[in-house]
Design a protein around this ligand. Structure first.
Ligand SMILES: [Ca+2]
Ligand SMILES: [Ca+2]
Length: 396
């Protein structure tokens, strides 16, 4: 009898373990994602990867703040968060910022199928909170030295945060609030190697040089820079975009990638590197430089000078690390949404009909024929891309 009970308890524990995300040995990283989402698609893959890491218990997305001054970017971000079952994630957006054009894939949020939105959201961009206000509110609510920020766009929001005065959210100035609450800032910006033999003026810096200069000079915590050369060395495989997302008939990551730049195209993983490096620091996906100081020059160039007491480092990567980080990016970005995600992330009802497990995504099956064999390679994406051709071609 006692033996029987033990078996039952063991079976229940095993069942529970199989149906819960694998918890990391480390506590989840409290993360703020500051992004220029809409300008290039690596921001989107990075946000999807954050959600996969959160589902695995490795991070906790506190807020998304947007440095691209386009209201549609806030709605699109809400749609991505909703796709992953986290539509209540706070979103803030820059006021009077740069790059206001909607670009190529933000307009996907308007797409409908059978009269229903393909990517539901409930945040109209004009209603999004001011990014600096949201940053102050979130930081003030968190334990000291606990928050990690990944900035993968312009430095506009974080430079303004430094300048923000005490208010009813916190008695601290922005600079003091950051010094108290932020543990680490991870930044995709700059270049710390020549690119094709030339000094490279990196986009995220060039779009708001004064803000990038102030961030480098005045930000009070350690900064980990991912230079242009790191993401460039780790291309996200086009094969993955074309094949690994078919568990969903309209996956927002793959369809945004295709709207941005039609495959086959191995897009660099710039923004993904800044996230993975700080959520999984113990995995050695990257190396780091010695400590030093980054200076942003008047034309947007970045210069690093080693110094034992410097607060800055930059990422390095070797061939073995490129192979391992690529594998991690592909697996995390394309990982199916947890089966217990809210209904908003499920496929439309007409696509669920006839499935034996209506609350689960369609899964690839070797025995019954894979998605690929039932659906000729690339067909679903080509059909959708044809429907989305009013989108502009990529600008760079
Ligand atoms: Ca929402
Ligand atoms: Ca970006």
């Amino acid at each position: 009898m006692r033996h029987h009970r033990l078996v039952v308890v063991f079976a229940l524990c095993l069942t529970a373990a199989l149906h819960r995300p694998v918890a990391s040995a480390q506590p989840p990283v409290d993360l703020i994602f500051d992004t220029d989402i809409g300008n290039d698609v690596d921001d989107v893959l990075a946000l999807g990867m954050i959600h996969a890491l959160q589902s695995r218990g490795e991070c906790n997305l506190l807020a998304v703040t947007i440095s691209k001054d386009c209201p549609l970017a806030a709605s699109y971000t809400d749609a991505v968060n909703t796709f992953y079952g986290r539509g209540d994630t706070p979103i803030g957006i820059v006021q009077n910022g740069v790059t206001p054009d909607p670009g190529t894939f933000l307009p996907l949020v308007a797409r409908k199928k059978n009269g229903q939105p393909l990517y539901p959201y409930d945040l109209e961009g004009e209603q999004a909170e001011d990014a600096v206000t949201l940053l102050r509110r979130v930081l003030a609510s968190r334990p000291d030295s606990s928050v990690v920020i990944a900035q993968v766009g312009f430095s506009t929001n974080l430079a303004r945060l430094l300048d923000s005065p005490a208010d009813d959210l916190s008695p601290l100035s922005g600079r003091d609030l950051v010094a108290k609450k932020v543990r680490l800032l991870s930044v995709m910006a700059g270049a710390f190697e020549p690119i094709n033999g030339n000094r490279h003026l990196e986009y995220n810096v060039v779009q708001d040089i004064p803000a990038a200069k102030r961030l480098a000079a005045e930000w009070p915590t350690e900064i980990l820079y991912s230079g242009f050369e790191i993401g460039l060395a780790i291309p996200y495989p086009a094969r993955s975009i074309q094949e690994d997302y078919r568990w969903h008939p309209h996956h927002i990551l793959s369809e945004s990638s295709i709207a941005y730049m039609p495959p086959p195209h191995n897009r660099p993983t710039w923004d993904l590197t800044s996230v993975l490096a700080v959520v999984r620091p113990s995995h050695s996906y990257f190396g780091t430089s010695e400590p030093g100081t980054v200076t942003v020059e008047d034309d947007g160039g970045t210069r690093f000078e080693a110094a034992a007491d410097g607060r800055h480092r930059y990422l390095t990567v070797d061939a073995e690390q490129i192979a391992r980080s690529t594998e991690a990016f592909v697996n995390l970005c394309s990982e199916p949404v947890a089966a217990d995600a809210p209904a908003s992330t499920q496929p439309p009802a007409d696509q669920r009909r006839g499935q034996r497990q209506p609350h689960r995504w369609p899964r690839l099956s070797r025995r019954s024929g894979s998605h690929r064999s039932r659906q000729p390679a690339g067909q679903a994406f080509r059909v959708f891309y044809a429907a989305g051709r009013e989108c502009d071609l990529p600008r760079h």
